[in-house]
Design a protein around this ligand. Structure first.
Ligand code: ZN
Length: 148
């Protein structure tokens, strides 16, 4: 799944419908179980697998960004690095929910039992909600602070 992104453009791979081994679309027969491979079906399966891989990699990227939200927040209290922390924090506060929504538009309709995809989908929901909640808390604190 992961790590195959660079190769997936050149060699298209998909999962054998019979034995679930990963094979490439140029095969006319599965090298593992000898099931005959329909080329069009293989291309379609490879395209959907590439999409799922993209969804997984975007999902883990979003997870890293949500994690950096905390890092930047803490950075705000470090002398000299405070400005970087503030800028990064507010940038991610907007960027994470936007990316979560984009992910949902792009990949939300995928129906698969792929566990990596399910994990990615869960991660995206959590990261998106997390950023929105943090944003709401920050907005509340700012409002209260300015109010006084
Ligand atoms: Zn097979």
């Amino acid at each position: 799944m992961a790590g195959s992104l660079g190769l997936s453009a050149a060699v298209r791979v998909f999962t054998c419908p019979h034995c679930k081994e990963t094979i490439n679309t140029s095969e006319s027969q599965c090298p593992f179980c000898a099931t005959c491979i329909d080329h069009d079906e293989a291309e379609a399966a490879a395209a959907s697998m590439a999409r799922i891989n993209q969804a997984c990699s975007d999902g883990s990227y979003l997870k890293i960004m949500a994690g950096m939200l905390l890092t930047f927040f803490l950075l705000r209290y470090v002398p000299l690095l405070g400005l970087i922390g503030t800028v990064g924090f507010y940038f991610l506060l907007i960027a994470v929910p936007v990316m979560a929504v984009r992910w949902w538009i792009k990949f939300g309709s995928i129906r698969t039992s792929d566990s990596g995809f399910r994990t990615a989908r869960f991660t995206v929901i959590v990261a998106g909600i997390f950023a929105v909640v943090v944003g709401a808390v920050v907005a509340t604190v700012l409002t209260v602070t300015w109010g006084n």
